[in-house]
Ligand binder design. Structure first.
Ligand code: FAD
Ligand code: NDP
Length: 483
């Protein structure tokens, strides 16, 4: 196939999407190559093959989240008879996490070799619609051609306009590789990355403040977003609301002075920017391929077949305009695309009802619509919301946790026999719980199905099978109960 070209498929980016595509295409008999190159962060941090998820995203984040949860677990264990109280070492954790990531980098490389995918540790740019140059940054520049090109170059943390931001602040590209403990930290932003990072840093005992421009977790169920804020505030994390930094200055001792409205706000050892991510499409010289991209988001518009405006050039993952920035989304879209290109399949990516979890100190799992979304899309009269507050059993024996409460919410469509539109859970292991419920939601679950399901006792998630309380407009969470 495609003798006129060096490769049937060339993949730009060896992250979640790119690696999945390369492996799937080669499994289907295509001649495939993949280029991955990591430009250092403004602070000079760099890493190996595997992209954001493996190196500076999901993997180190989840490990640090789990590590920080041990603080609460120890506190619960105290009530269950354990006397010891361990201390935490940032340095040991970092060394172990980094070594694990390096093993994943190695695994990714050997995976490509085993599967006969030609790997270039080089930066790819377009020369023309079928030709790329590959620059390894050490003086070697090659040119290759490919029948199909897949852009899976992902994104990088955005930097605000405020003077000094680039020089004084770090981002999620740095925190997971920073050998020095972060110390007193200001986190700027209020979504996934900000709250997750603030959560684990506070869990380790650092003095952490989150600077919030507007609301927490835009796009998520706002009852739950606010409960996360309350929980985090109670568990060692401070919030500075309705504020944005106006300037940063590095002090001679390395600390950062932060200004709000040009007045001094505070001095921090670390300022972590988590204000969203910008796609890397602008790096690719797309003009040479006749392809446009959104200059402010750095992203590329695709049709529902992941195809760009140039028919043989596709894009997946974080670089796509207005799509979910999640690892399993990038992987699924890539696999389906390659099955269509090389396996005769027709199935396209379904970007709806993708489950997600926010790994804040109290986890939040969600699938489908939030209450706000459902009411906006269908009208208030058509939407019914069941909710309940419950306490994980072990919290009952921990006097510090007596007031803490888990919460769940089910949003249903009254016009469709209470078909479930959205499921939300706030509590331990919410990511694990919501994964199963997302299968049921995808399969068309109704509230009656949930009621007919017999729970597993004693678990926190069993409350889903016994939810009776209907949430009235504007009502907060029940103190305890509703299930
Ligand atoms: P990436 O994984 O970013 O890979 C792109 C690769 O292409 C990179 O290695 C990049 O260096 C390389 N590249 C770019 N330009 C070029 C070029 N011109 N030539 C060669 N190589 C190039 N998602 C979840 O589902 N769950 C989570 O818990 C989660 N946690 C996250 C936590 C953090 C802190 C962050 C930042 C993200 C998190 N994500 C999470 C999101 C997830 O990491 C991304 O959605 C996913 O990695 C996107 O995959 P991708 O293939 O599109 O891009
Ligand atoms: P988001 O785009 O989700 O959120 C950006 C946050 O920064 C918002 O709170 C926004 O506030 C705020 N913000 C934007 N600009 C500024 C500014 N100039 N000054 C101050 N605050 C600002 O980005 P994230 O970086 O949190 O996450 C990026 C993506 O990575 C997510 O969408 C998610 O898909 C993925 N991810 C997934 C995770 C998971 O699955 N658990 C974990 C981490 C990341 P406002 O609301 O006011 O706009």
């Amino acid at each position: 196939m495609a003798a006129a070209y060096d490769f049937d498929l060339f993949v730009i980016g060896g992250g979640s999407g790119g690696l999945a595509a390369a492996k799937q295409a080669t499994d289907l008999g295509a001649k495939v190559a993949c280029a991955d190159f990591v430009k250092p962060s403004p602070q000079g941090t760099t890493w190996g093959l595997g992209g954001t998820c493996v190196n500076v995203g999901c993997m180190p984040k989840k490990l640090m989240h789990i590590s920080s949860l041990y603080r609460e677990v120890q506190s619960d264990a105290h009530g269950l008879g354990w006397e010891t109280k361990a201390s935490h070492s940032w340095e040991t954790m970092l060394a172990n996490v980094n070594n694990y990531i390096k093993s994943l980098n190695w695994g990714a490389k050997t995976d490509l070799r085993t599967k006969n995918v030609k790997y270039y540790n080089a930066f790819a740019t377009f020369v023309d619609p079928h030709t790329l140059t590959l620059d390894n940054g050490k003086g070697k520049v090659e040119t290759i051609t490919a029948k199909y090109i897949l852009i899976a170059c992902g994104g990088r943390p955005s930097v605000p306009e405020a003077p000094g931001a680039k020089e004084c602040c770090i981002s999620s590209d740095d925190i997971f590789w920073q050998k020095k403990p972060p110390g007193k930290t200001l986190v700027i932003g209020a979504s996934y990355i900000a709250l997750e990072c603030a959560g684990f840093l506070a869990g380790f005992g650092f003095d952490v403040t989150v600077m919030v421009r507007s609301i927490l977790l835009r796009g998520f169920d706002q009852d739950i977003a606010n409960m996360i804020g309350t929980y985090m505030e109670k568990h060692h994390c401070k919030f500075a609301r309705e504020m944005v930094p106006s300037k940063f200055e590095k002090l001679p001792n390395g600390q950062v002075k932060v200004f709000v409205k040009d007045a001094e706000y505070g001095i921090y050892d670390t300022v972590l920017l988590a204000i969203g991510r910008t796609g890397c499409a602008g790096w690719l010289n797309l003009e040479a391929a006749g392809l446009e991209y959104n200059k402010s988001s750095g992203k590329i518009v695709c049709n529902d077949h992941d195809q760009t405006a140039v028919p043989h050039i596709y894009a997946v993952g974080d670089v796509i305009q207005d799509q979910l920035e999640l690892t399993p989304v990038a992987i699924q879209a890539s696999k389906l695309l390659c099955r269509r290109l090389f396996g005769g399949a027709t199935k396209i990516m379904d970007y709806t009802d993708v489950a997600t979890a926010v790994f804040t100190p109290i986890e939040y799992g969600a699938v489908g619509w939030s209450e706000e979304d459902a009411k906006k899309k269908l009208g208030k009269e058509r939407v019914k919301v069941y909710h309940c507050s419950a306490q994980p059993l072990e919290w009952n024996l921990n006097h510090e946790r007596k007031e803490d409460m888990g919460y769940m919410k089910v949003v249903v469509d009254l016009a469709e026999k209470e078909k479930v539109l959205g499921v939300h859970i706030l509590g331990p292991h919410a990511g694990e719980v919501i994964q199963g419920l997302s299968v049921a939601l995808k399969a068309g679950m109704t509230k009656e199905h949930m009621d007919d399901c017999v729970g597993i006792h004693p678990t926190f998630a069993e409350s889903y099978t016994t939810m009776t309380e209907v949430k009235e407009e504007g009502m907060g969470a029940p103190k305890k109960g509703g299930c």
